[in-house]
Design a protein around this ligand. Sequence first.
Ligand SMILES: *Cc1c(COP(=O)(O)O)cnc(C)c1O
Length: 425
Amino acid sequence: MTTLVPLPGHPQIARRDGVLYIENIALDTLAREYGTPLFVYSKQWILDALDAYQRGLSGRDALICYAVKANSTLGVLRVLAQAGCGFDIVSGGELARALAAGADPARVIFSGVGKTRAEMRQALDAGIGCFNVESEAELEVLDAVARQTGRRAPVSLRINPDVDPKTHPYISTGLKGNKFGIAHERALAAYQHAARLPGLEIIGIDCHIGSQITAAAPYLDALDRMLDLIERIEAAGIALRHIDLGGGLGIDYNGETPPSAEVLWQQLLARLDARGFGQRRLLVEPGRSLVGNAGVCLTEVLYTKPGAAKNFCIVDAAMNDLPRPAMYEAFHRIEPVRARAGLAETVYDVVGPICESGDWLGRERALAVHAGDWLAVLSVGAYCMSMASNYNSRPRASEVLVSGAQATLIRRRETLADQLRCESD
Ligand SMILES: *Cc1c(COP(=O)(O)O)cnc(C)c1O
């Protein structure tokens, strides 16, 4: 008899007769066919995550702009583009990727504190929907570039609402003293400045308070602060067509219980309605919450190494593939792909081959494994492959997109020739 046990927080990943499956494919089949390290994504999980936003915002004038930096692989972008999603980009490279994946440029918005003139020109030529401007100096440059190209740049100002999202300091972005956005108390002056620049067309206002946020309260606080500001800006005669509340909604890595996008938006819409802004065009910029739990990384156990103080489980994936533990001390669940009956668990630090003590994927994990077994590192759909590097001259991994019982290779493993291609001695 087949027993099917979905993993907590991972409805698309389940154990059947001891083997982990993603949708209808056994993960050991994929590891054997494509090699490791291997990223595997569930298309259904991505579509369900998008659907939660679409349901939450249904009946409203709303645009969901996926934050490309979370996972910028073309095959992932195409799933979202085909489902009608817009895109939030932070570089010319991400613009090129979004367009290559079939994005409608009018549904692309451009965030980031350091846009270059060349990137501004590229985005104006493409006809993107909005620039999220992050400083008064950037307003001047964008105005000049737009006038040179004979266009008006559609702009929104990113305001720093100064609310604490209660997340890791490296991923909190809406507090005073961080590099993002324009200070709340400078906002009105910045809008008045923008309104005097002929190359700019003011269309909205935005904020983005941080990432991996697991409660609704920081969003409601930020919304109230933004609405107070909108009232003052509009009283000064500057109309704002849209309100963009950014991204940042968290996912379940280790038992966190963030509100669903649908529930979060019910609460935000109630507040918008109560304050008379319910008919305003709304934008959101979710990244992690659309792809984070769609992905697993398969890795092979190379060696187990017992030690006096610690036991190490050395695997073939490393911080160049999965940078979040090294960068933020982030937690990822790690599961054996095939459960081993009759082998006692040992507590290991799961580490990669890179020559850095920071190269660990999980600490103090009880696992029953031998060399040659495969492990699945969970919740790796966001901020893993898009941050992957060639450190230690390791090739970047392959990626596979799964839909039902079908697997499609969406990125082949890098070869050594790929790595040497841009260099000359
Ligand atoms: C990173 C980022 C996002 C997406 O954040 P998530 O936490 O992945 O949802 C959205 N907007 C801006 C401006 C960002 O920098």
